[in-house]
Design a protein around this ligand. Structure first.
Ligand code: FEO
Ligand code: CA
Ligand code: CA
Ligand code: CA
Length: 602
C-alpha cells in the first residue's frame, strides 16, 4: 500500500459556501466530474443504462450497483510493490436501493414481483472496476477487463473464523454452516495491508423477518422484523429459494430444512480479493456481528499484532477493536490473520481515559460479567454471533451512532465519527456523548497507551458538529469555533489522506438540510496539526456524501455521491444529478482533480 509522505498537510484551497443547488461544487481551481454512475455497463455482456429504469435484474447484475458508499483505489501494480496513480482497481460498495428510483413503477406492498426483488438484490453489493487515466488526464473504465466484477446479494461466499460451522449457521443452503449467498447493505469498507478489500454489512437486519413466537436473541437484539421486511423481499412472487430465505421463521422441522438461521449469515465483514476475479468472498466472523459501518486498520508494523477498529452504527451501540493473535509479517500476511485474535469493545471513562474490554468467552473478566448479568454463552462462536449482547454484558459505553474511523498515518491516533443521536436524554449524557438530543453529531479521538494493541487509551472530543458559533475545546487546549465556511452536521465518512489531511463527509437528513443553514450534504477537510477546517465540496440535492480515496500521488480524488433525490416519488425526483434536465437521479462516483495537476486539498 502507498506509504505516507511526511504529513505536512495544510489546506491550500479556498473554502466554498454551503448551498442547495443540484450540482457538485468544489473550490476554484478544481474540477469534479461524475464517473461510474449507477447502471454503467461493467461486466462483459452488460446492457446500456436506460433512464426509464426498465433495465432487468440480469442487466443490473452486470452494471454498476446503486447507492455508492465506501470505496478504495488499489494501484494495479500494488501486489508487485508498485504505486501506480494512473491505473488501478476502484472497488466500491453499493449500500441499498431507493425502489422508486430503481424501478419504472414501484408499489411498496406484498407480494412483490420476483423480477423487481431480484433487481434490488443485484443492485446491492460491491463493484470492482478496472480504471485508468488517459494521457489527456481523463479517467475511464477498462471495458472488457477480466478484473471488472459484480458481487451481489446472491454471490456464493465462505464463512471463516470461530463461528463457521456453528449450529446457528446451519441452513437448507448450507447444512455445514460454512457457506452462504451474498452480501447486503454494504456501507463503509476497509482495505487490508495485503491488498484486499473489506465490505461491511450494516442495516441487513431490516431485510429479514421472523414471525416465530419468540425469535432467538441473535435476531431480536439486531432488529430482525416481525411483520414485513424493508422491501418485502420475503414476499417475492413467484417464490424461489433465493428470496424465501429472507423469511427466517421456523417453517420446517429442523434448521437444515428452512432458513431460520439465514440472518446469522449477515452482520459480518466480508473479505474480497479484487485481483482474483474467481475468488470466493469470505465472511470473517472473528471481527464480530453487528451493524458494521466500516473497518479501519492501524498502520501494520512488522512483527506486531494487526489492529483494526469498527463501529456499530445504531443509536446507543458501540466501538470495537480487533487485535490479531499472530504477528503481522508483510511476506506472509493474509486474511487468515483476521480469523484468530481478540475482539474488544470500548469503555470511555468520564475522566478522559478508556478501556478495551475483551469479548472472549475464556477471559476471567468476561466470565465474571456474564455470570453477574445472568447471560450464558456456550462458546466463543456464541459470543461473536451475539456481539452486541456480549458488549452489553461487559458494560461498554453506548455511543451516538459510531460511523467511520480513521487512523492518522504517523501519529496513529484514531478518529471516529458519531453521526447523531436525537434519542439521547439529558440523563443519558456522559463525557464522550455530551449532548442530549444530539442532532449534529461529533468526532471523538483517542490514542492508545504505549502500543496500538494496548487495552487502555486516552480520548478527547476533536470536533462538535453544529451551526456557526458551535465551540469545541479539546483536551489539548485547542479550540475550534465553527463559521459559515465550515459549519456542518452529522459527520459520517472519514479518511486520512496520504498527507495527513482528514476528510469529513456528512449525512444530514432531508429535514436538517431543508431547515438548517448547512445547505446540502458536504465534505470538509481538516488539518489536525493546525486546527484548520474548511468546506471543500457540496453535493447535489438530497444526496449523502460518502466514500473518499485518492491515488497514491494524491492528485486524483474519488468521492461517492449516494442517493441524490433520495426517496422522491417516482416521476417527481428532487434531483436529476448527474445527468440533469429532469433525468432520473443516479448515485455516482465523482473524480476530482486540480487544473494545475496539484495535490488535492494542498
Ligand atoms: Fe450506512 Fe451508517 O451509514
Ligand atoms: Ca455511513
Ligand atoms: Ca449515515
Ligand atoms: Ca445512506
Amino acid at each position: 500500500m502507498p506509504t505516507a509522505p511526511a504529513p505536512s498537510a495544510g489546506l491550500g484551497f479556498q473554502a466554498i459556501a454551503g448551498n442547495r443547488s443540484d450540482t457538485v461544487d468544489v473550490p476554484p481551481g478544481y474540477r469534479a466530474e461524475a464517473f461510474l454512475p449507477w447502471g454503467t455497463p461493467l461486466v462483459n455482456g452488460a446492457s446500456e443504462f436506460k433512464d426509464d429504469a426498465s433495465n432487468t435484474a440480469l442487466d443490473q447484475a452486470r452494471q454498476i450497483g446503486s447507492h455508492h458508499d465506501g470505496m478504495h483505489f488499489f494501484p494495479i501494480d500494488v501486489k508487485d510493490g508498485g504505486n501506480s496513480s494512473t491505473e488501478g482497481l476502484l472497488v466500491m460498495n453499493h449500500e441499498y436501493v431507493d425502489p422508486e428510483t430503481l424501478h419504472t413503477r414501484y408499489a411498496p406492498q406484498a407480494p412483490r414481483p420476483q423480477q423487481e426483488v431480484f433487481k434490488e438484490m443485484m443492485a446491492h453489493g460491491v463493484s470492482v472496476a478496472h480504471i485508468l487515466r488517459n494521457p489527456d488526464g481523463q479517467w475511464q473504465l477498462v471495458t472488457g477487463s477480466p478484473y471488472n466484477r459484480r458481487i451481489t446479494a446472491s454471490t456464493p461466499m465462505q464463512i471463516s473464523g470461530p463461528v463457521a460451522g456453528h449450529d446457528m449457521l446451519v441452513t437448507r443452503y448450507s447444512p455445514e454452516g460454512t457457506s452462504t449467498r451474498g452480501t447486503i447493505n454494504n456501507c463503509s469498507h476497509g482495505y487490508t495491508p495485503w491488498g484486499t478489500y473489506l465490505t461491511c454489512e450494516e442495516n441487513w437486519a431490516g431485510s429479514f423477518i421472523n414471525n416465530d413466537e419468540t425469535p432467538p436473541r441473535e435476531h431480536q437484539r439486531y432488529g430482525v422484523r416481525r411483520d414485513h421486511s424493508r422491501y418485502y423481499w420475503e414476499t417475492a412472487t413467484p417464490r424461489s429459494d433465493e428470496t424465501d430465505r429472507f423469511n427466517a421463521s421456523s417453517v420446517a422441522g429442523t434448521a437444515a430444512e428452512d432458513y431460520r438461521n439465514e440472518p446469522n449469515h449477515f452482520g459480518w465483514i466480508v473479505e474480497i480479493d479484487p485481483f482474483d476475479p474467481a475468488s470466493k468472498p469470505v465472511k470473517r466472523s472473528m471481527l464480530g456481528r453487528f451493524a458494521h459501518e466500516g473497518i479501519v486498520f492501524a498502520p501494520a508494523v512488522e512483527g506486531e499484532p494487526l489492529v483494526a477498529y469498527s463501529g456499530d452504527d445504531a443509536r446507543f451501540e458501540y466501538i470495537y477493536k480487533f487485535v490479531s493473535a499472530k504477528p503481522y509479517y508483510q511476506s506472509t500476511a493474509s486474511g487468515e490473520l483476521l480469523d484468530d485474535g481478540t475482539l474488544y469493545v470500548a469503555r470511555f471513562n468520564d475522566d478522559g481515559t478508556g478501556t478495551w474490554l475483551p469479548l472472549d468467552s475464556e477471559h476471567p473478566d468476561f466470565k465474571a460479567n456474564a455470570l453477574k448479568a445472568g447471560v450464558t454463552f456456550n462458546s466463543q462462536a456464541d459470543v461473536l454471533l451475539n456481539t452486541r449482547l456480549a458488549a452489553d454484558v461487559m458494560g461498554a459505553t453506548k455511543m451516538d451512532r459510531p460511523e467511520w474511523g480513521a487512523v492518522h498515518p504517523t501519529s496513529k491516533e484514531v478518529y471516529f465519527t458519531l453521526t447523531n443521536n436525537t434519542r439521547r436524554s439529558e440523563l443519558q449524557t456522559d463525557a464522550v456523548n455530551p449532548r442530549a438530543e444530539n442532532a449534529h453529531g461529533h468526532i471523538v479521538r483517542w490514542s492508545e497507551d504505549q502500543q496500538q494493541s494496548a487495552t487502555s487509551f486516552h480520548w478527547d472530543i476533536f470536533l462538535l458538529g453544529g451551526e456557526a458559533g458551535t465551540h469545541t475545546a479539546n483536551q489539548r487546549g485547542e479550540e475550534t469555533t465553527l463559521t459559515a465556511d465550515n459549519q456542518f452536521a452529522c459527520p459520517d465518512g472519514l479518511w486520512f489522506d496520504y498527507g495527513g489531511r482528514l476528510w469529513i463527509q456528512t449525512d444530514m437528513s432531508g429535514a436538517l438540510m431543508q431547515h438548517g443553514n448547512f445547505g446540502n450534504n458536504m465534505m470538509l477537510a481538516a488539518d489536525p496539526s493546525t486546527g484548520e477546517l474548511k468546506r471543500f465540496l457540496v453535493g447535489p440535492v438530497d444526496c449523502e456524501v460518502t466514500g473518499v480515496v485518492t491515488t497514491p500521488d494524491s492528485r486524483t480524488m474519488f468521492v461517492n455521491i449516494q442517493h441524490p433525490g433520495e426517496s422522491s416519488p417516482s416521476g417527481n425526483f428532487s434531483s436529476s444529478w448527474p445527468t440533469g434536465n429532469g433525468a432520473r437521479p443516479r448515485s455516482s462516483t465523482v473524480v476530482i482533480t486540480r487544473e494545475d495537476g496539484g495535490i488535492i486539498g494542498g
